[in-house]
Design a protein around this ligand. Structure first.
Ligand code: ADP
Ligand code: MG
Length: 610
């Protein structure tokens, strides 16, 4: 029988390799920026069009390449950075595998122009799908300019799976940030579709961080440094009060290379133990300097995972140094949160005389009268409620008179300074700042307050979009908020939909938005907080079950502006919530299909008393 094994042609081998190295435009950005850094550039400019799908261009003032190298660099395993196997264990450059340019050239149209100082003319090489189309001498400045056009033009399956321009840009920005943070002494710029997003001067690390994440981060940075025989660690950690709901400002670098490392991330998070509000992430920029012989960067083609010889030891050192930095600035509180009681109800020692707090209560005070108009939206749809489906039926058998237990609850409520309930009967009881409990015909109804409110707002927003009712409340003094370029893009790309929901934003300045009006129904009245919530939701794509942009934005805003947990609700507010929930088209489930209501049957409760 004839032999069947053949060697793959280079172009196919390169395309296969490209699958590993080039996943999306951001991967190209990473490789090109790294090459410029390796070439000793002092100025690196990145120019991107359409989220990198149309064009990714990097211009540097590094060493440049000779005529021959300009052609050779596109060959697989062509590298100037490794000469023999022992070099592999002593890597100080970003690249070394010599496969990035070959991979990129296999799946795009590439134009390279390069010149060394010693050469009088430069070289231009144009490549299309691994095939050299043209090579010629050209006049150009020293350094290298490389343009990658129409990525994946010849791999439709991959091109089709690229995300929207704004999502791809987000990935590009994070690669850009990683490299810019690793090399603060190099000047970088980034522009997208002709807009300059960053222009970073050579600087110290702190200024670089500020250049990337905005001035507001400065006050939150605490420095960090330790030197041991195993590793040297330096950088900054963020104070807990600067922690954000979205992850994205957490960076590890090893010998100048960005690294993902969930194991060491835990060491940092652990050091913050109990200092952080729930579900928030502190910023950190942590740099490890370590003998290259004790790490392996070769385990992953994009080299973002790095293996340490002695990871546990490094964990300990890192944990200790973060803890020490937080302690140095008295950020670690003297009391131990864990010893605080976990009950919502005030604890009174046995037989102690009960003294009620002496606070003058104005009996005519109604918390809803003089609150900011924003909360009036909570009542806006009341008239709808009156025509609501007969959910009241659920309550057929309510006792007419307050019973002793209910009075007791009410006492606790008034101790909590809630003010008197609108009616004398306590129908609702709040559990753990999260659930509304109430008595219904068949048993005990439990409602998740946040989810209920998400459903209510979502339906309200959708209805508002259809009827184009004005749902905004003008801000007398519009607040301006400085955002990172990625967040700025995300907000502005949704500005039109948001304005239909009453949230009107404009962009008076570069990377700055101004909130001119707030949705009336939002329980979050601080514009900056609302924007932060919204960004966290959009980043996590929490509203993804909908393809339709309208639904997606309605749900995102509903989630961002709903009442949270741990918010004490008055009788009146609980009543409102339940009323409105049952006026909704689908009271049982949130728009993203989570349970809102649970009813525990009396029979079930009785069973428990057997
Ligand atoms: P690697 O970076 O792993 O060596 P690449 O495919 O990324 O592999 O690049 C191949 C070679 O091309 C590099 O080793 C370097 O010699 C040269 N090269 C690539 N980009 C540049 C640049 N911007 N300036 C100078 N030389 C470059
Ligand atoms: Mg490289």
């Amino acid at each position: 029988m004839a032999d069947v094994i053949q060697l793959l042609p280079d172009s196919i081998a390169n395309q296969i390799a490209a699958g590993e190295v080039v996943q999306r435009p951001a991967s190209v950005v990473k490789e090109l920026l790294e090459n410029s850094v390796d070439a000793g550039a002092k100025n690196i400019n990145l120019i991107v069009t359409d989220g990198g799908k149309t064009l990714i261009q990097v211009i540097d003032d590094g060493t440049g390449m000779s005529e021959t190298d300009a052609r050779l660099c596109f060959e697989r395993h062509a590298t100037s950075k490794i000469h023999d196997a022992s070099d592999l264990f002593n890597i100080r450059t970003m690249g070394f595998r010599g496969e990035a340019l070959a991979s990129i050239a296999a799946v795009a149209e590439v134009e390279l122009r390069t010149r060394r100082v010693v050469d009088e003319v430069g070289t231009e090489v144009c490549i299309l799908g691994s095939e050299v189309q043209r090579q010629q001498p050209i006049a150009c400045p020293t350094g290298t300019q490389i343009a990658v056009k129409n990525l994946f033009y010849n791999v439709p399956a991959r091109r089709k799976f690229l995300k929207s321009d704004s999502v791809e840009l987000k990935h590009i920005i994070s690669e850009f940030q990683r490299i810019a943070l690793a090399f603060p002494e190099i000047a970088f710029s980034l522009s997208h579709n002709g807009n300059e997003l960053y222009r970073l001067q050579p600087s110290g690390l702190k200024q670089r961080i500020v250049g990337l994440f905005g001035k507001s981060i400065n006050q939150h940075l605490v420095d960090l440094s330790t030197k041991t025989s195993v590793v040297t660690i330096g950088g900054y950690v963020g104070k807990p009060e600067g922690a954000k709901k979205t992850a994205g400002e957490q960076f590890f670098f090893v010998n100048g290379r960005f690294m993902k490392n969930p194991f060491l991330h835990k060491a940092v998070m652990n050091a913050y133990n109990r200092l952080l509000p729930p579900d928030t992430y502190p910023a950190y920029f942590i740099y490890f300097d370590i003998d290259p012989q004790t790490i392996d960067v070769n385990i992953h083609p994009t080299k973002t995972e790095i293996k340490f010889e002695d990871e546990r030891m490094i964990w300990q050192i890192l944990h200790a140094v973060v803890r020490e930095s937080l302690g140095k600035f008295a950020i670690v509180p003297p009391i131990d949160f864990e010893s605080a009681p976990g009950f919502d109800i005030p604890y009174l020692p046995k037989n102690a005389p009960v003294t009620f707090p002496s606070i003058d209560v104005d009996p005519t005070y109604n918390p809803f009268d003089n609150e900011k108009p924003a909360s009036s939206g909570f009542q806006a749809h009341r008239s709808n409620m009156e025509s609501a489906t007969g959910w009241e039926k659920l309550f057929d058998e309510l006792p007419a008179e307050p019973n002793p237990i209910q009075t007791h609850i009410e006492t606790f409520e008034s101790m909590g300074m809630q003010g008197p309930a609108p009616e004398n009967i306590v129908r609702f009881y709040q559990l753990k700042g999260r659930f509304i409990l109430t008595n219904v015909k068949s048993g005990l109804m439990i409602i998740d307050q946040k989810r209920a409110h998400e459903r209510i707002l979502y339906e309200q927003y959708l209805a508002g979009m259809e009827t184009s009712v004005n749902m905004g409340q003008r801000e007398l003094y519009p607040q301006t908020i400085e955002l990172s370029p990625a967040d700025f893009e995300l907000m502005m790309s949704n500005a039109q939909e948001l304005s239909k929901l009453g949230m009107e934003i404009s962009n008076p300045n570069h990377n700055t938005i101004s909130i001119n009006s707030m949705p009336v129904s939002s329980t979050v009245t601080d514009p900056a907080r609302l924007v932060e919530n919204l960004l966290a939701i959009m980043h996590e794509n929490q509203a993804l079950p909908f393809d339709d942009a309208r639904h997606r934005i309605a749900l995102s805003l509903a989630k961002a502006s709903a009442i949270g947990y741990n918010k004490t609700l008055s009788q009146f507010e609980m009543q409102e919530t339940v009323d409105k929930l049952f006026a909704c088209r689908e009271p049982n489930l949130t728009p993203d299909n989570k349970k809102i209501i649970v009813i525990i049957d009396v029979a079930e409760i009785e069973k428990r008393f057997r």
